[in-house]
Design a protein around this ligand. Structure first.
Ligand code: HAM
Length: 415
């Protein structure tokens, strides 16, 4: 038997129905914020991701040569593709440009609960003005999506990577080695960050200050201790979010992010119930467009780890009820088969989820099957009933049977 590759999953019908349901909730929320859906290829030229994704993503890239000897990679995320698309096709569109996407991404990681090699992101990118309103719009939408899914226990933390980058520059960390340091700080690997910084001749005092900065955590009260304009910028965002009904967001300058392209605010949402892989959403503002040959524009965005947020909802006991079949049509004998086909066609034309016996089952077995698939009604098409232009409808929950005229069947079942 051939097994599926490690870190991938199959989705059976029940699971798929659930995923589509929640995916559409996210789509609706994005639309209410004025965002429009886009799609980009699942594979791109490797360079797109090599340019600015940082050491974390590079080590995890699914990259290969195609038959034309081109370097190709499966997308590990969708921000770079979205911005490439903007540069190629949308740079003349009126601003702001608000786009969202849903699709699979690939990272060669060590699989575990909530961490896969193929996973799904629901994300959004906003190209607009460099101001707090733009960043707040993105954070508000991320929070609205988490809420719309019904997740209760989650935390949102906002930081500002610009502050940390500035601090690293002041401490004489070479620009081309910044990503290495940020990677360690992102993972809170202080014991590894310290010798790394020492190897770059950063003083003990500066190292302490850098670490201290990443420990600036709290409510509005910590904003005053943030150097430069970043404190005011974050205050402004918090105020706009509060006006939009988004409260309880925490300030945390320790939010560093694993990707290398962020330049301004950065934020993350986590669901504590998930344990080690608890990050359900990440984002921030960044510059990528000029790297791909476009003009310099302000962009900000986020991506929700769709698989992880579903896991968190499940952990909280949220149950999804599959829709199932509304009506199951059974011909009582051979000679009424065509009439049964007409009945099922009538139901389907009226958008009633219905099925018909195609296995040639006898009535008793057909009834058993109908209860196995949790059909709400069984519609029995028999000779006698047809003489009265009727069918027998059995309510599978109560067992009640009713003779129903075919021309009022749709109304009876849809009620
Ligand atoms: P990211 O933090 O790398 O950001 O990924 C976003 C989310 O995808 C994570 O918070 C996590 O929930 C989920 N995720 C990441 N890796 C895996 C995995 N192996 N298995 C399951 N879920 C995973 C980005 O990708 C950025 N493009 C977000 C962004 C958009 N920033 C600006 N715009």
């Amino acid at each position: 038997m051939i097994q599926r590759p490690r870190g991938t999953r199959d989705f059976l019908p029940d699971e798929m129905e659930k995923r589509r349901f929640y995916e559409n909730i996210l789509r609706r929320t994005a639309k209410t914020f004025g965002f429009r859906e886009i799609a980009t290829p699942i594979f791109e030229e490797s360079e797109l991701f090599i340019l600015r994704s940082g050491p974390n993503v590079l080590g995890e890239l699914y990259a290969f040569k195609d038959k034309g000897d081109r370097d190709i990679a499966l997308r590990p995320e969708m921000t770079a593709p979205a911005i490439r698309m903007f540069v190629n096709e949308m740079s003349n569109e009126p601003r702001p440009i608000k786009m969202f996407y849903f699709g699979q991404c690939f990272r060669y990681e060590r699989p575990q609960s909530g961490r896969y090699r193929e996973f799904f992101q629901f994300g959004a990118e906003l190209i607009g003005n460099a101001n707090a309103e733009t960043d707040a719009e993105i954070i508000a939408m991320a929070v609205s999506m988490i809420r719309a899914l019904g997740l209760k226990d989650y935390k949102v933390r906002i930081g500002h990577i610009g502050v940390l980058r500035q601090k690293l520059i002041e401490a004489d960390v070479p620009k081309d080695r910044m990503a290495e340091v940020l990677q360690k700080l992102d993972k809170k690997l202080y014991e590894e960050a310290e010798p790394l910084l020492q190897s770059m001749s950063v003083s003990k005092e500066n190292i302490d200050n850098i670490f201290k900065l990443t420990e600036t955590v709290g409510g509005k009260e910590v904003l005053n201790s943030i150097p430069g304009d970043a404190g005011d910028y974050l205050r402004n965002i918090i105020e706009i979010l509060a006006a939009m009904g988004v409260n309880g967001v925490e300030i945390d300058l320790g939010v560093v992010r694993g990707l290398d392209y962020y330049t301004g605010i950065v934020f993350e949402a986590e669901a504590p119930s998930l344990g080690a892989e608890k990050q359900i959403c990440g984002g921030g503002s960044y510059t990528l467009s000029e790297l791909f040959g476009g003009e310099k524009v302000f962009s900000t965005g986020f991506a929700i780890g769709f698989d992880r947020i579903l896991l968190a909802m499940e952990k909280e006991g949220q149950v999804f009820k599959n829709e199932g079949v509304k009506a199951y049509v059974v011909p009582a004998s051979e000679d009424v088969k065509l009439e049964a086909s007409k009945v099922v066609a009538l139901l389907r034309e009226n958008e009633i989820v219905s099925d018909i016996d195609i296995m040639g089952r006898k009535m008793g077995k057909a009834m058993k099957y109908a209860s196995a698939i949790k059909a709400e009604y069984v519609v029995i098409v028999g000779t006698q009933e047809l003489e009265q232009k009727s069918v027998t409808v059995r309510n599978m929950e109560t067992g009640e049977q009713t003779l129903v005229k075919i021309n009022s069947l749709v109304g009876f079942i849809a009620n």
